[in-house]
Design a protein around this ligand. Structure first.
Ligand code: WNU
Length: 152
């Protein structure tokens, strides 16, 4: 079995490669690693459903996901974008204190996500003003895109 140490180092270098987290101090990253869960999804599985309550933030460690959203103009949810390894999602419900605003669907079998709960997300983001400001700005941009596509 792989040692805890090896696991720690593997996650550490991975999280360093995630743009959002690259400037976090070492002890902060170590703390995140200690409280990470890893979740596995098969192709077509919903990781997030729009309208549901959400208390978690996700970082893609393996595979790809599709973002879709229901709009007024179409009967089927519209494909918005794909995200891959090192990308993250689920920050909007946490930051806006709202329900999930889009669907996230696994595009491949054995898609793996690192999952951070609300408390740890707040600890990760809350203490870093730059990170907080960056995400707030991003979330506002998402709301504008939602309006433009007449998301319901
Ligand atoms: C979009 N509109 C909405 C994406 C991921 C991270 C960042 C964009 Cl910083 P949630 C559903 C999640 C949502 C976002 C993600 O879907 N999302 C979008 C859009 O155009 N959500 N409303 N594009 S990918 C993405 C920026 O993470 O968070 O908790 O759940 O509402």
């Amino acid at each position: 079995m792989r040692s805890t140490q090896a696991r720690h180092e593997e996650y550490f270098s991975f999280l360093r490669s995630v743009s959002l987290l690259k400037d976090l101090p070492e002890e902060k990253l170590a703390k995140i690693i200690d409280c990470l869960e890893i979740e596995y999804f098969d192709k077509g599985e919903y990781i997030i459903r729009e309208g549901e309550e959400g208390n978690t933030f996700f970082i893609i460690a393996k595979g790809e996901v599709l973002v879709t959203q229901t709009t007024e103009d179409f009967s089927e949810p519209q494909e918005i974008k794909s995200l891959g390894v090192g990308d993250y999602f689920g920050e909007k419900a946490l930051i806006s204190e709202d329900v999930r605003s889009a669907n996230i669907i696994a595009k491949e079998n054995d898609t793996q996500c690192l999952v951070v709960d609300r408390d740890n997300f707040n600890q990760m983001v809350g203490t870093y003003e730059e990170l907080q400001a960056y995400l707030k700005e991003y979330v506002e941009q998402l709301s504008l895109s939602d309006e433009r596509r007449n998301a319901v």
